[in-house]
Design a protein around this ligand. Structure first.
Ligand code: AMP
Length: 214
């Protein structure tokens, strides 16, 4: 089962992607997480990606596509995966499509987690992330057990640079300009589905499972 999660930054697609990956025992692949891991490890790719991420811009397709195609070629992806944050542009979707087609494969579902911009800005300012293990929390919706401390690894939680308001507004603009056209792209392929992302985490998840098991 190959699933693509679409939706604005902060729509909750990362959380849903992880829940789907856990339920169906397939890898959750987030290009954002891959970039952040590279930044943390000080790699050349990380340094290059950071320049764009800190401004809420997309990392160029040439860099992004390569890491994604390498990742989905790994053994653990043979029964499928959930892509979170990829593709984000039509050219990325086309490259993925072509690479899959060469193996006689295709995307089974593209799921749009739909949330209006106003809600997104409110949500993002409450987000807190652990830069050490990658876990994310929300002051209102998923608070850590101890304020400012990661439940998973005990390190400090921070407001990521790319979750700051100015960056969020930039990211929303980039989303509407460059990523939203993918909804039509996957509609044309007959795999597009949408869920109301303003509902609770569990309700959104149930709606996605209902789609996948229809
Ligand atoms: P995310 O964690 O998915 O919100 O991604 C964080 C940031 O990483 C984005 O704002 C982009 O700068 C970069 N990024 C992640 N995935 C992609 C992608 N598929 N194409 C370009 N940039 C990406």
């Amino acid at each position: 089962m190959k699933i693509i999660m679409l939706g604005a930054p902060g729509a909750g697609k990362g959380t849903q992607a992880q829940m789907i990956a856990d339920k169906y025992k397939v890898p959750h692949i987030s290009t954002g997480d891959i970039f952040r891991a590279n930044i943390k490890n000080g790699t050349e790719l990380g340094m290059e990606a950071k320049k764009y991420m800190d401004q809420g811009l997309l990392v160029p397709d040439e860099l992004t596509v390569k890491i994604l195609l390498d990742r989905v070629a790994k053994e653990d992806c043979k029964d499928g995966y959930v892509l979170d944050g990829f593709p984000r542009t039509i050219p990325q979707a086309e490259v993925l499509d072509k690479a899959l087609a060469e193996r006689g494969e295709s995307i089974d579902y593209a799921v749009d987690v739909d949330v209006p911009d106003e809600n997104i800005v409110k949500r993002m300012s409450g987000r807190r992330a652990c830069l050490s293990c990658g876990a994310t929390f929300h002051l209102e919706h998923v608070p850590p057990k101890e304020e400012g401390i990661c439940d998973r690894c005990g390190k400090e939680l921070v407001l990521r640079d790319d979750d700051k308001e100015e960056t969020v507004l930039n990211r929303l603009k980039v989303y509407h300009d460059q990523t939203q056209p993918l909804i039509q792209f996957y509609k044309n392929k007959g795999v597009m589905q949408a869920v109301d992302g303003t509902k609770s985490m569990q309700e959104v998840f149930d709606a996605i499972v209902a789609i996948l098991e229809k």
